[in-house]
Ligand binder design. Structure first.
Ligand SMILES: C[S@@+](CC[C@H](N)C(=O)[O-])C[C@H]1O[C@@H](n2cnc3c(N)ncnc32)[C@H](O)[C@@H]1O
Length: 237
């Protein structure tokens, strides 16, 4: 899997870049390094193939999901949403943290695991840049980000009410992924599906987001499937 090795920065963001480079054991460079690299400024991004992977919870298409988070009926059914009583959720594939943030707005406590350092940092910064309102800050406090391979949680799944997995789709075309997700697929270039490992462990409830055209292989069938417009949720109880 590709990942960043350098944190580059605009001079006025040097202190922040230093903190992140230390936290994630990355090299610090004031000048552009070999791509992909992380660039810290008022618009933080991963520079990859001369394009920018960005994550903002304040602008762009994700803001519609944020505004309408209560309408995520499939996601709610998938996790067995019980009103505002919080569940302990382990999101094993954080990515840009969109699903995790929606779950946090729904008052769930979410531990997110992401093995890519660059994406972990973009998620961290998107949360830091949220408006300073109690509404957003409370959601932010319900999220814990861990930079690790979620396969290492295989023996801890039973500690959570819900295990959530959104694997990369191999089909990068029009498989329900936005342009940004397609760029991220290209950057990561890794389609290992961690659910193959996690599904064999002990859990309370496990949810996998799947492409509609996904064909079940192996012998563990979901307890039920929630059919959406472009994706399905496979739920195992
Ligand atoms: C499709 S994206 C998830 C998108 C995310 N649900 C969102 O709403 O932004 C899949 C992510 O899972 C990560 N991933 C894949 N396998 C992983 C593993 N074993 N441990 C941690 N992260 C993993 C990839 O690096 C990628 O960022």
């Amino acid at each position: 899997m590709a990942d960043i090795s350098h944190v580059c920065y605009k001079e006025s963001f040097k202190d922040k870049a230093l903190i992140l480079a230390e936290k994630y054991s990355l090299k610090l460079s004031p000048l552009a390094a070999q791509q992909p690299y992380l660039y810290i400024s008022e618009n933080p991004h991963i520079k990859f193939k001369d394009k920018k992977i960005i994550s903002s919870f304040r602008s762009g298409s994700f803001t519609n999901r944020i505004k309408n988070f209560q309408r995520e009926s499939h996601l709610k059914k998938a996790i067995g949403y019980g009103g505002e009583s919080s569940k302990k959720i382990l999101d094993c594939t954080a990515g840009l943290g969109h699903d995790a943030f929606i779950l946090a707005l729904l008052k769930q406590n979410v531990t997110v695991v992401e093995k890519n350092k660059g994406l972990c940092i973009l998620f961290e910064l998107a949360l830091e840049n949220l408006p300073q309102t109690p509404y957003f800050q409370e959601a932010k406090e319900r999220i814990t980000i861990i930079n690790d391979d979620s396969a290492s949680f295989v023996d801890k799944l039973f500690d959570y009410d819900v295990i959530y997995i959104d694997p990369m789709f191999e089909d990068r075309g029009n498989a329900g992924r936005s342009g940004m997700m397609s760029l991220i697929s290209d950057y990561l270039d890794d389609f290992t599906d961690v659910s193959d490992v996690l599904i064999r462990s002990k859990f309370n409830r496990l949810v996998i987001k799947r492409q509609k055209q996904f064909k079940q292989s192996g012998n563990i069938a979901p307890s039920f499937i929630l059919h959406g417009k472009s994706i399905n949720f496979h739920v195992f109880i």
